[in-house]
Design a protein around this ligand. Structure first.
Ligand code: ADP
Length: 563
């Protein structure tokens, strides 16, 4: 740039020099004007803002813009002057001894009709040139700096504009990754960033939807798993537990949260079940077996099903608790056996009595009455059993209708006692009553409540050895009446006591004399149907007390104050 400048300056000076040469030519031709050459050099120099020097062909300085020509030395040896003399133009850049600074000189000859009249020289201080160049350079630098600053600012601004939404998106993405799915970003632009933000929001929304769907499915599965009564355990291919439901927890007494990842055998400690799982995993076939747990004596059907999903491989083990069913089946089997026995014994007795009567005993009036009484008792027992069977079938088919009427419970107790007096007498068991005087009336099915009392007293007599006694108490509380049957009999173990009201339950299975195991189940059902409750206390070897309560109907108290 400096060189170009210098070249431009040089040709500029050359032009000026030529113009000056042309301008001063008349002064040379007119000898009178010769003396004015110095003044001309001064005015011209001022006009073109350069130093103009006019030199005679012999080197004498005739005029100069900056100096007095009289004081100036001969210029004939100046390189630009020499060059101008020999050619058309001379130039030189050098230190001026006259003005003591670096100057650029351009000199041209002033001639007329081939005769050299003088030399016109134009000069510029290089410092000036440099200053101008420097100024230009500085200006360029400055404007470049301003431009760069503007560019940098613009870039920074654009970068900010681009990165701000990016940062926003990054932040939101990180939050989503950490599980906060409710992220939404708001970019007010419609460019690519805006589109990215929009796409991000859509992605977040569909992620939310998916997660909701997944957690819905999960909670559905959890609900199903926790509500089914069968135990469910899922294991991986190595037999380690991946999932277990509450029913399984109850069955094997473990805590689901602590068993995940543990081998099945360590959690349930049953080699038979572990064997079923192993063979299911080995053969990839469903395995079924019935297993009795050693610890809890539960009887289970175990079904191991292989799972072969894409990612999920292992086995699903189902545990169906068949204990109740098996117990019920056993009870029913015993029940049928008992009934046959119960019917055969009295029938055989009756048959024998009838035979004896036929064989002549009928003629002995005393004996005959005794025999008939015996037949009566046996028939009563059978009738009782048939009634129980009928009642049971009604309970099981849900066809029980209560025939409610206002009843004095003491009266019902008396009726039951009189029914069982003969049997108690035969077994030499004292049958006593201790009845409260002011019993409120109750609204009950008299027939059925009588049957309940008969059942309890019958049991008490049955399980009380000779010489013992059975007492029936009645009493009333705030809004209920209570009937208790207490005996001094054999009692019931506390283990049996909790099962006493279950159907077909009999404490001593080998005791052939006892009944069907239905009486107490029916009694409980009847009492509960009346809105009351029934319970038993007992001590083995000392006796038992069976009690039940019935609610007192307040309206009855007012309408039947007499009973
Ligand atoms: P069952 O027809 O066998 O008497 P229950 O349901 O009336 O049937 O009684 C069930 C079982 O409860 C009886 O088999 C007996 O073992 C026991 N039990 C009932 N009452 C008494 C009692 N008062 N004393 C001792 N054991 C009793």
């Amino acid at each position: 740039a400096q060189n170009i400048r210098v070249d431009q300056l040089r040709s500029h000076l050359a032009n000026e020099a030529k113009l000056v040469a042309e301008g001063i030519l008349p002064h040379f031709l007119d000898s009178r004007a010769n003396s004015r050459l110095d003044a001309t050099a001064k005015t011209m120099g001022k006009r073109i803002e350069a130093r103009v020097t006019i030199i005679a062909p012999d080197g004498t300085v005739l005029g100069d813009t900056w100096e007095d020509p009289a004081t100036m030395e001969n210029h004939s040896t100046r390189p630009e002057v020499l060059a101008a003399l020999s050619s058309d133009i001379g130039e030189s850049t050098r230190y001026s001894t006259t003005v003591r600074q670096n100057m650029m000189y351009v000199a041209v000859p002033v001639s007329s009709q081939g005769k050299l009249l003088g030399i016109a020289r134009v000069a510029l201080s290089l410092a000036e040139v440099e200053k101008a160049a420097n100024n230009l350079f500085l200006a360029v630098i400055r404007s470049m700096a301003v431009a760069s600053l503007a560019v940098i600012l613009a870039v920074a601004l654009i970068a900010r504009m681009i990165t701000r939404p990016l940062r926003q998106i990054t932040k939101a993405t990180q939050k989503i990754a950490s599980g906060q799915l409710d992220q939404e970003i708001h970019l007010r632009t419609n460019d690519e960033m805006g589109q990215l933000g929009h796409a991000f929001n859509e992605m977040a929304a569909s992620l939310r939807e998916m997660m909701t769907a997944v957690s819905d499915e999960k909670s559905k599965l959890a609900t199903v798993l926790s509500s089914i009564t069968d135990g469910v355990i899922m294991t991986d291919l190595g037999g380690n537990i991946m999932l277990a439901n509450p029913a399984a927890e109850r069955l094997f007494h473990f805590n689901e949260s602590k068993v995940n990842g543990q081998p099945l055998i360590e959690v349930i400690r049953d080699h038979e079940i572990d064997g079923i799982l192993k063979s299911c995993l080995r053969t990839s076939r469903e395995q079924t077996a019935q297993v009795e747990l050693q610890m809890t004596k539960r009887f289970l059907r175990v079904i191991a099903i292989p799972i072969a999903a894409v990612k999920l491989k292992g086995a699903l083990i189902l545990f169906q608790d068949l204990t109740e069913m098996r117990n019920l089946q056993t009870m029913r089997r015993e029940f049928v056996g008992n009934i046959s026995h119960e019917l055969r014994t009295p029938l055989a007795g009756i048959k024998a009595i009838v035979e004896t009567l036929k064989d002549g005993a009928i003629d002995d009036k005393e004996v005959a009455r005794d025999f008939l009484n015996n037949i009566d008792v046996e028939v009563d027992g059978m009738t009782q059993m048939v009634a129980e069977l009928l009642e049971l079938s009604r309970i099981e088919t849900g066809r029980v209708k209560l025939n409610l009427e206002p009843v004095d419970i003491n009266e019902v107790v008396e009726e039951a006692i009189s029914r069982l007096k003969p049997q108690a007498a035969r077994q030499q068991v004292a049958l006593l009553t201790d009845l409260s005087k002011d019993m409120p009336p109750v609204q009950v099915d008299k027939e059925r409540i009588r049957q309940v009392i008969i059942n309890l007293v019958h049991n008490a007599v049955k399980f009380t050895p000779q010489g013992g006694k059975v007492t029936v108490y009645t009493g009333s509380q705030k809004d209920s009446v209570i009937v208790s049957v207490s005996d001094t009999g054999i009692g019931i173990s506390s283990e049996d006591l909790s099962h006493i009201f279950e159907r077909f339950f009999k404490a001593d299975k080998s005791r052939s004399s006892s009944g069907t195991g239905l009486g107490l189940a029916i009694a409980r059902h009847t009492v509960q149907a009346h809105g009351g409750s029934i319970w038993a206390q007992s001590e083995e070897g000392k006796g038992s007390t069976f009690s039940f309560s019935l609610p007192v109907t307040q309206s009855l108290l007012k309408s039947h104050p007499s009973i």
